[in-house]
Design a protein around this ligand. Structure first.
Ligand SMILES: *Cc1c(COP(=O)(O)O)cnc(C)c1O
Length: 227
């Protein structure tokens, strides 16, 4: 039933590879996160059987359900807004949480990860454009959150995540992504740390993201089809 997923996945990987090379980037430095939200576990299984291991979900409940049904060597990433009462479930399952956007959430993740003896990899979500999205830190607040994350014993801060507003023109999208990269660079300098990951780019804007240094592209539609 999900035979097309293998083709979509292979076609997308080829596209990604070609595009990376065209902007003089090594394709091996870009991770493909398959965003399986709203699709059933069988669809994930089809992608898994084609070799895909990194999957992204935006709801903790769905993450829990699929995690139960699917092979344990899948690396799950939570990419959607995280509510306080769902932190324990998220920390238990997710390798990465991309959507950390408050000091309160940071502290809660740190405490719960400590309780289960885990060091939780996270990204800070930044609302670069200041438009549309309700979620994400301002460029200003990201600095204090970086400081807190770096001091948190059970958190490993890996980098930053953003979403470009929908229906923005290509040039403005690129500016959002280059702003995120510059923000990352300035945080690295200020705190003298390495923040290697930039989670940016989806099916519609992965090209702009790769041109601006994305290391994790979050791809749903191009792999699984329309939701
Ligand atoms: C759904 C989603 C994606 C994937 O979007 P597509 O346009 O289907 O590729 C990426 N990132 C986040 C945060 C999402 O919620």
């Amino acid at each position: 039933m999900y035979f097309y997923i293998k083709n979509n996945l292979n076609n997308f990987k080829e596209l990604l590879c070609g595009y990376a090379q065209s902007v003089h980037r090594d394709p091996a430095t870009i991770k493909l996160l398959a965003v399986s939200k709203t699709f059933p576990a069988d669809a994930v299984k089809a992608a898994y059987e084609s070799g895909q291991r990194m999957f992204g979900e935006n709801k903790v409940q769905e993450l829990e359900a699929k995690h139960k049904l699917l092979p344990s060597d899948i690396e799950w990433h939570l990419i959607g807004h995280l509510q306080a009462n769902k932190v324990a479930a998220a920390v238990e399952i997710a390798s990465y949480i991309h959507s950390v956007d408050s000091e309160k959430l940071l502290n809660r993740i740190n405490r719960i990860a400590g309780e289960i003896g885990k060091k939780q990899k996270i990204l800070l979500e930044v609302n670069i454009s200041g438009e549309e999205s309700k979620f994400g830190l301002t460029a200003f607040d990201v600095e204090s959150c970086t400081e807190i994350a770096l001091k948190s014993e059970h958190i490993e801060l890996k980098g930053l995540m953003t979403m470009a507003p929908f229906e923005m023109e290509s040039k403005s999208i690129r500016k959002v992504f280059s702003d995120l990269r510059c923000l990352r660079d300035s945080l690295e300098l200020k705190f003298n740390v390495s923040l290697p990951e930039l989670s940016m780019g989806m099916s519609s804007d992965f090209k702009e993201a790769i041109a601006e240094g994305s290391t994790i592209v979050r791809i749903g539609t191009s792999i699984f089809g329309k939701r």
